[in-house]
Design a protein around this ligand. Structure first.
Ligand code: NAD
Ligand code: ZN
Ligand code: ZN
Length: 359
């Protein structure tokens, strides 16, 4: 009998996802099959389903790249993992491992990389494949639903904060307090940075202050560049998680001379930058995409010790189109996490063996 699983599938860009019964994939050499326990829903999944970017994924596609679960089957030649191990499946699904980028800590730039939930099927499904070398070990005792968002939101903002080169006591402005931004505030505080939060929604800004932002600015009603210059002389670093050209234009004016703006939000728009001001003020503008496995380990460690906590909303897979609608409207506080059922904790001694319905 063929083993089947439930999956949310994109059949046409911009159309609602279909919940389908599909064959459970078979792990090939070097791969493992993971029974998914939880998967965060990133705004990137929405961009993928809408075909927003110049390089479009091939359809049909199962999105999702913040998946955690238990290894249930090993492909040929897998030695580092065993059945029962708890792993994460992140955006960087695999890379070549030998190119200039892969061998210098920049595997996220590998030309041969594959991406979970984009170029290969992702984690909005009861089972997903992982490359054993790129599966992320989940620290013991982690709450699997809360740790899922670290796999993209967490690692991306942690990496971006490091790349602002801001030091303890410096100011960072976080533009966009959504899934990524609400984690950025927490990482920034842990790194000893002072935070100014910027969004266009007052509830998000209140939430930002609860999470430790020193102050917050609504970019719809106040010019955040002016406000930041007046109040603190501009930020040392700015993270733009909002996929909005306007947010980028505003963030450019938030940084002080010598500061750095890190670009994260993925719009296909264009940013116009004044050359004279950028040169004279020695401003850095830097793109940043997720983080290497090395950086992931650090981002995970912070979360494993409970110092970073994603604000999660558990939902069943069937809710995926409603989740997308809410993400689209920008009303989500924190992160939606799809709950597939099963034990909440990684390596909980009371946990029951991973259920395998076909066994
Ligand atoms: P989200 O929808 O949870 O959050 C977006 C936030 O931006 C919301 O709070 C919204 O209110 C706010 N916002 C919208 N317009 C704004 C504006 N003009 N100024 C300030 N704030 C504004 O999305 P998310 O999951 O946090 O993802 C954000 C973006 O980051 C997406 O484009 C996603 O594709 C991208 N992303 C990039 C990387 C990377 O590696 N570079 C990784 C993950 C996600
Ligand atoms: Zn993501
Ligand atoms: Zn490579």
């Amino acid at each position: 009998m063929e083993r089947t699983m439930k999956a949310a599938v994109v059949r046409a860009f911009g159309a609602p996802l279909e919940i389908e019964d599909r064959p459970v994939p078979k792990p090939g050499p070097g791969q493992v099959l993971v029974r998914i326990r939880a998967s965060g829903v990133c705004h990137t999944d929405l961009h993928a389903a809408d075909g927003d970017w110049p390089v479009k994924p091939r359809l049909p596609l199962v999105p999702g790249h913040e998946g955690v679960g238990f290894v249930v089957e090993l492909g040929e030649g897998v030695e580092r993992l065993k059945v029962g191990d708890c792993v994460g499946i992140a955006w960087l699904h695999s890379a070549c491992g030998v190119c200039e980028y892969c061998t210098s800590g920049w595997e996220t730039l590998c030309k041969c990389q594959t991406n979970t939930g984009y170029s290969v099927d992702g984690t909005f499904a009861e089972y997903a494949l992982a490359d054993a070398d790129y599966a992320i070990p989940i620290p013991e005792g982690s709450n699997l639903l809360e740790i899922a968002p670290i796999l993209c939101a967490g690692v991306t903002v942690y990496n971006a904060l490091r790349r602002t080169e801001a030091r303890k006591g410096d100011w960072v402005a976080i533009s966009g307090i959504g899934g990524l931004g609400h984690m950025a505030i927490q990482y920034a505080r842990l790194m000893g940075l002072q935070v100014c939060a910027v969004d266009i929604d007052d509830e998000k800004l209140e939430f930002a202050e609860e999470l430790g932002a020193a102050f917050a600015i609504n970019a719809r009603t106040v010019d955040p560049g002016e406000a930041l210059k007046e109040r603190i002389g501009g930020a040392h670093g700015a993270l733009v998680t909002a996929a909005s050209v306007r947010a980028y234009e505003q963030a450019y004016r938030m940084v002080r001379p010598g500061g750095c703006m890190v670009m994260i939000g993925l719009s296909d728009g264009e940013l116009k930058v004044p050359i004279y001001d950028t040169v004279i003020n020695a401003v850095t503008i830097r793109g940043s995409v997720v983080g290497s496995r090395r950086v992931m380990r650090e981002a995970m460690e912070f979360a494993a010790h409970g110092r970073i906590k994603a604000a999660i909303h558990r939902r069943p897979l069937e809710d995926i189109n409603r989740i997308f609608e809410e993400l689209h409207q920008g009303t989500v506080e924190g992160r939606f996490v799809i709950d597939f059922g099963g034990p909440d904790l990684a390596y909980d001694e009371n946990r029951i063996p991973s259920p395998m319905p076909w066994a």
